[in-house]
Design a protein around this ligand. Sequence first.
Ligand code: SAM
Length: 342
Amino acid sequence: MMTATIPHDLQPAWDLAGAQVQAKALEVALQKRLFEVLIEPQTVEAIAQKLALTSNKVSVWLELLWSMGYLEKLEESHFGISVTTQRYLLVDATQSCAQAVLFRLQTLRQFGEQFESLLSNDATTASTSDISPAWAQAAKAQIFEEQRAVTVPALERILSRYKALDFDPNKPLHCLDLGAGAGLISITLLQHFQNATGVAFDFPATADVAKQHIAEAGLSKRLAVQSGNLNEDYPTGQFDLIWCSSVLHFMDRPQQVLQRIAASLAPKGYLFLLHAEHSSDQQQAAKVLPFYTPMMMKGNYLPQTEDLSRQLKSVGLQVLQSEWLLDFPMAPVRLYLCQKGG
Ligand SMILES: C[S@@+](CC[C@H](N)C(=O)[O-])C[C@H]1O[C@@H](n2cnc3c(N)ncnc32)[C@H](O)[C@@H]1O
């Protein structure tokens, strides 16, 4: 008998339709704290009873979550949680992204619902003063979780790969984290460079969130917080290392911010610039565009291929290295490691 081994060309379209059901199943699991219920493996009947749901429907829901890799089937008809769920989706896990995943599921679904109306109206981004409280809230919730579980481990891998950066170990190093969010990136930089001082910069209310994390890490003496609106203000000081990730998307004039970054770098100083880009490679673009289309439709900036390397050169920075990083929150980013001339 002949069996078909190659999926039909329409399979990706069917997968998309099915993904809507998968997304809802995960969203409801997070809202109902299903994974907490399953820390101790349970039967379908016990789960249904604990959540006050109908057991034959719960059984279908659990099978779907099992097929998605979030649950495991154990002996004697018990369901338990998978390793990924245990690590990232329990609310109290040390690397929990439960709030962040729920946030992403909900906001991208809401965007999907507005898609058609956005195509025919001229709505652009809300003014920066309007969105500033939302950023502070994000820094307490999804940015904090994603920095802790995803960005900080990625930063540690980057730092171990670029050990050769020629910093004089006897000379104090001054670092800047521009658009610091929850502040965990600057905290990690200062823990890595033991002789460093630094500045974390963000909107005032977001900077307060970072300040609290910096105090909890015992770094308040070495790591200062400055705040303002980056469309108008810029941190004071001259820096040996500047980190700027996923910030230019929100700037009115990204090129002007790059100019200010270049001006505030010390001679021979390094810039780590990390942003999602619209790649000319179709497969790479497919990994980025679903997550950035909502922002672009609201007037935000997504750099095109070569945009940033051109702009970095035009502000006098040398691009030493550029590479795609796949281990960043939500979508790949392109890292540009740059240096200012001596
Ligand atoms: C997507 S988050 C990235 C946070 C952090 N860099 C990271 O990679 O985890 C963007 C950050 O830029 C900050 N931001 C956006 N627009 C800003 C503005 N006009 N002035 C100051 N900060 C701004 C937000 O408050 C937020 O913390």
